[in-house]
Design a binder for this molecule. Structure first.
Ligand code: PLP
Length: 303
């Protein structure tokens, strides 16, 4: 385990300087910290190259615009800063985050978010799988959480955010049930997403994904692209708990792990308690696209 005071444990860009992740400090008064007034994005680096970097930067820009935040770095500069974090950490496989926080109200200033100077932070840390690889290979055991997803009208899930109270509760529910992770419904009973991933079902060879209540995941988009290339029928529409219970297969998707098959939902066994054939094919294709160099942007000076 790398010493967290060294760059090997991760590198952060904060207030214009690169520092080891264990030494990075931000104000305790940041609204990003006290009010979740923050947006972020995460891109992965795989064997020394970013995957779909432009899509992550574009979504980050949309999220900042939605929250009326501006930062002093354009997309090209951000790409260089993110690469700078990865290079300093020397990580061939990394979880790379970019964060914009509202900032802090200056002393004597009216308490208006529009007057605050937004802050930008970036960091690279070793690769994270939100569902561990052995669990992905066995097929995750999921539950449908009783905690509903926070309403989209209150917190727009397409704008990446730190409002994780419901998602964290759902993780506790999964743990209490002896499961690996959870899927949340909205208050009308529609499937949304899970703590850090989008959700798909497969029924009679058709791939289904919810049309609401979820982040428009970059990995989800890759799954959509893979379905088009493999000639798999895809339907994006409202989904309920019944669609999960009646599915032949379920899988989840995220930058922090890729395409992650499930084998159980609320104790019901899917595809012989193993990742199903369609999920496996999509997962294999996802990694094959990496091997083929699709959507990759190499980080100079690595591998
Ligand atoms: N949904 C939530 C709540 C997430 O936090 C994430 C990613 O971490 C996703 C979905 C998947 O998005 P992406 O594929 O862009 O990583």
């Amino acid at each position: 385990m790398a010493d967290s005071d060294s760059f090997a444990a991760g590198a952060t860009f904060v207030d214009g300087d690169y520092v080891p992740i264990g030494r990075a400090a931000v104000s305790v008064l940041y609204w990003g910290f006290t009010k979740s007034d923050v947006t972020y994005d995460v891109v992965h680096v795989w064997r020394g190259a970013f995957f779909r970097l432009d899509d992550h930067l574009a979504r980050f820009a949309r999220s900042m615009a939605a929250l009326r935040m501006t930062i002093p770095h354009d997309a090209g500069q951000q790409a260089r800063i993110l690469a700078g974090c990865v290079q300093r950490a020397g990580l061939a496989d990394a979880y790379v985050a970019m964060v914009a926080t509202r900032g802090v109200p200056l002393f004597g200033m009216p308490r208006r978010p529009s007057l605050m100077t937004n802050r930008y932070i970036a960091y690279a840390i070793p690769w994270i799988d939100v569902i561990p690889v052995p669990v992905q290979e066995r097929g995750a055991h999921l539950i449908v959480a009783s905690t509903p997803r926070i309403p989209s009208e209150s917190v727009d899930p397409t704008v990446r955010n730190y409002h994780w109270g419901d998602l964290v509760q759902a993780m506790f529910e999964a743990e209490a049930a002896g499961a690996d992770n959870a899927v949340l419904l909205d208050r009308d009973g529609h499937v949304t997403e899970g703590p850090g991933f989008n959700v798909f079902a497969v029924r009679d060879g058709v791939v289904l994904s919810p049309d609401r209540g979820a982040l428009e995941g970059v990995t989800r988009q890759t799954v959509i692209d893979i379905c088009a290339e493999l000639g798999l029928e895809l339907r994006i529409g409202p989904m309920t708990r019944a669609d999960l219970y009646e599915a032949d297969e379920i899988f989840t998707s995220t930058t922090a792990g890729g395409v992650m098959p499930a084998a159980r939902i609320d104790g019901r066994i899917l595809s012989n308690d193993r990742p199903g054939p369609v999920s496996r094919r999509i997962r294999e294709t996802y990694w094959a696209w990496h091997e083929e160099g699709r959507h990759l942007t190499p980080v100079a000076g690595l591998v």
